[in-house]
Design a protein around this ligand. Sequence first.
Ligand code: AMP
Ligand code: MG
Length: 343
Amino acid sequence: MKTRLLGVDEIDVAADMIRRGGIVGMPTETVYGLAASAFNETAVANIFVAKGRPQDNPLIVHIASLDTLYELCESVPDVALEVAKRYWPGPLTMVFKKKPVVPHCVTAGMDTVAVRFTAHPVAQELIRRSGLPIAAPSANVSGYPSPTTAAHVMRDLSGKIDAVIDGGSCECGVESTVLSVFGQPRLLRPGSVTLEQLREIVPDVVVDKALRGEVRDDEKVSAPGMKYRHYAPSAPVVAVCGSVKASAEYILREMKAGELCICYSDCVSLFENRLCVEFGKSDDKEALARGIFGALRKADELSPTRIYVQCPDDGGVGLAVANRIKKAAGFNVVDADGVLSCL
Ligand code: AMP
Ligand code: MG
């Protein structure tokens, strides 16, 4: 199949593809998604095939109006409405008890459904013009860093999907925050809506243990996606936490020929004669979020034998950035400040 690269003035073409059961890469404010009708089981199956996604990893359903939420979910708790009032449309997904109308292939057999109301105007328009809720995981090959440009999507999925809409670079750069509101509110995946922001509305939100370390393959987890090694280039990755100075010094000490460092922009001069890729200023965590996946991809293209990454602390969006880096590292984490554990 030839994959068409569409402009943002061709949303109608993409909506038509989706109505006919096709799959299309779409820009969102987080990362590019791979969109299909949530009600078309063949199209949903094709998403799993195109990505090579494990069957037990459910998809997020994207909506462009609150009415659709009630069509998909058995119940919408008050806490979800409060969170929605503040952060929808936006980079936030909530997990609800599903109605039977949501196919099991979308939810990987679970009786819950993850729903997101994206703020991206192109994605919103695509959902509206399709007239359907849209199932869309990130538009990358499973396990590889998420795509933040249309070129990333093309690199991973060209020939396997109908089209990609080129909406430029993604504003957030890391995938949506996932909050389960089914029972005890639980943060399943950190994102651009931060834990601190959620706590203002949901003071009793708990953090899922999968965020803190590797989960065994046979272990039951709340968000199945959390158990896979993710966002990972081919080379082994080491996440180096600690102060800017200490992490840079640690990497300079450890790095050998052929190894690469993904570093803060303010540290580039230290790595002058080494393989290095920068991903944003150390004091600008939003920039680090925007840059991390592109940097991981760029690092991979240089075929290093090992990749060290300077890893920010968990404050604000740092929690999401550090989570992606630690997952890329398979939780191979070093604390350059010398504290026993920084998890
Ligand atoms: P992605 O599509 O790549 O953004 O990944 C979607 C994330 O949402 C994965 O980590 C999934 O495991 C998670 N997710 C999707 N549906 C559910 C659900 N019903 N319950 C819990 N987590 C979910
Ligand atoms: Mg993904």
